[in-house]
Design a binder for this molecule. Structure first.
Ligand code: B12
Length: 483
């Protein structure tokens, strides 16, 4: 039996050297985990193709195709699914977007998997072999909150050279916080932890010294994190992962993290305005404490990728310059900016759609790099232009050098991270997909000079593809099928 597992190109940061493509991010675990969950069968062949790093084989032979879907890749995933189904190959769709909008996904799949696949995927394969594939598989969350049976991912099935961080793993799923823009609490309503022994076994299977955690919130359970990081000390790895700024409040935890080899953390600062933080349900971030968070982490040899969001309801045209100044002042090692994006299923989506402020229901634009809603104190064009300006300003060479030379221990991480974003800034100004809301032929797209940025010229923009009506209709399909 031949199983083809696919992930569409998410158009993220990449390095292209001739024909070779390398994603400047972590290797996703979705497909390698599914491959590891597949029961051992005679003549089983599993192939994984991540469209972000390799071309999707449109004419591949397969008995079953599985596609992992996030919102920003949903349209492409559906096109791929339609293609393989036209070729007579059954298609299974799964992943966060399918879990949130199953009705929409069902239009394009023989079967869909909602939530985690640890228990449903082996059952689905067995049903498929018996010719009894069900339309919908839904996992029940483990009642004790412990993720038993997550296998060590089949990293042998990915092209390791395709990723800056190929040795990814995870210890937890979900997050205890409910920020208004985040999909995670919608998909995983609880905070789940793998037994520490399983995670340690997973780490031991990785020959490299460098590993990264894909968890959305690695330090939500203090006791668990301490136990995990203590168990990692003898393994002598260098690692990175995601955390909340609250990590800096726990000296004992930080000491263990440092000893276990923590080299970098991605932190969601989101905003330097406390009212905005409260509005997005992230008031536990205290903007006045950001400086001490950065100092504390630097003192522990930890580099910080700091994320900020533009377009919150309190944000006006001044937010871009103010944030850029703060980012430099705070000495964030690798800054990252996003545009506030109402992912379906989130509280933000519900609010903006009830206020009639969502401008685009085209999922291609849901990549946090396009404006899909009407901001409250700016026009969409002002927000988009300001976002680009902030990136360009932050990654000017003089600013990059300031960040890179400052921290000697982690200067390689900082250098690679900063250069990656400099390449991204070039793409922001040259690639057609980032030209919206302006067309490529618009004279304002060509010069990336400050005069243009400061002018903030406006013109109306409204994406025509995808309408609210169609989206609402699609979402109701599931209930029909289930009833
Ligand atoms: C690696 C990663 C990526 C990778 C690949 C993502 C992918 N899956 O295609 C890349 C770098 C491309 C990426 C990009 C982005 N990402 Co991302 N990413 C992650 C991250 C950190 C880890 C994914 C992972 O390995 N999870 C662990 C595995 C085991 O879980 P899983 O993927 O959910 O898979 C399980 C089930 O869902 C299911 N399943 C999944 N796929 C399939 C397929 C089939 C056939 C079946 C049967 C089952 C199944 O089975 C698995 C085992 O239980 C997650 C956060 C997280 N921890 O999940 C965010 C996450 C997926 N990303 C997110 C976001 C917002 C983004 C970005 C917009 C942000 C950014 N700037 O980075 C961009 C999107 C770009 C675009 N064009 O859309 C959101 C998704 C929001 C949404 N509604 O789509 C998440 C959930 C983070 C968050 N805090 O909200 N990301």
């Amino acid at each position: 039996m031949k199983i083809l597992l696919l992930m569409p190109d998410a158009h993220m940061h990449k390095l292209k050297i001739g024909p070779h493509v390398r994603s400047m991010r972590e290797a996703p675990l979705s497909l390698t985990t599914l491959a590891a969950l597949t029961p051992e069968l005679e003549n089983l062949e599993i192939r994984i193709v991540d469209g972000s790093v390799d071309p999707i084989p449109m004419d591949a032979e397969a008995d079953l195709v599985g596609i992992s879907v996030i919102t920003g890749t949903a349209n492409t995933a559906y096109q791929l699914a339609d293609h393989y189904r036209r070729r007579g190959i059954p298609v299974v769709l799964g992943g966060v977007h399918v879990t949130i909008l199953p009705g929409e996904a069902l239009h394009h799949a023989d079967s869909i998997v909602l939530g985690m696949a640890e228990r449903t995927w082996p059952r689905l394969i067995e049903d498929f072999r018996q010719g009894k594939l069900a339309r919908v598989y839904r996992d029940e969350a483990p009642p004790d909150g412990i993720l038993h049976g997550v296998p060590t991912p089949r990293r042998d099935l990915i092209r390791k050279s395709g990723y800056m961080m190929p040795n990814s793993l995870h210890a937890t799923r979900g997050c205890k916080r409910i920020c208004d823009f985040c999909t995670v609490p919608v998909v995983w309503p609880q905070y789940f932890k793998r037994p520490v022994g399983d995670v340690v076994a997973d780490i031991k299977s990785i020959p490299s010294r460098y590993i990264c955690f894909n968890d959305v919130s690695l330090v939500d359970d203090l006791e668990y994190s301490k136990e995990l990081f203590s168990a990692m000390i003898p393994l002598k790895k260098k690692w990175g992962g995601l955390a909340t700024v609250e990590v800096a409040k726990h000296p004992e935890l930080l000491r263990i993290m440092q000893e276990s080899g923590c080299a970098y953390l991605l932190l969601g600062f989101e905003s330097v305005n406390q009212t905005s933080l409260r509005d997005i349900h992230k008031g536990f971030n205290k903007s006045t404490e950001y400086k001490s968070v950065m100092t504390t982490l630097h003192d522990h040899g930890i580099s910080v990728q700091g994320c900020f969001v533009f377009g919150l309801d309190e944000d006006d045209r001044n937010v871009f310059q103010h944030t850029v100044e703060q980012v430099l002042e705070l000495q964030v090692d690798i800054p990252r900016y996003s545009i506030y994006t109402p992912y379906p299923g989130t509280a933000l989506f519900k609010r903006l759609s009830s206020e009639g402020r969502i401008l685009s229901f085209n999922w291609d634009d849901y990549d946090t790099m396009h404006v899909v809603y009407q901001p409250s104190k700016m026009t969409p064009d002002e927000l988009y232009a300001g976002f680009k300006w902030a990136y360009k300003e932050t990654f000017r060479m003089k600013n990059v050098l300031r960040r890179v030379v400052r921290c000697d221990l982690n200067s390689v991480i900082n250098l690679v991270g900063n250069l990656t974003y400099r390449i991204f800034v070039k793409r922001l100004y040259s690639e057609r997909r980032f030209a919206t809301p302006y067309s490529k032929d618009d004279p304002r797209m060509a010069p990336a000079d400050d005069a243009w940025f400061n002018s903030f010229e406006l013109h109306a923009f409204e994406r025509k593809e995808g309408t609210k009506e169609r989206f609402v209709q699609d979402a109701s399909v599931l209930s029909e099928i289930m009833s």
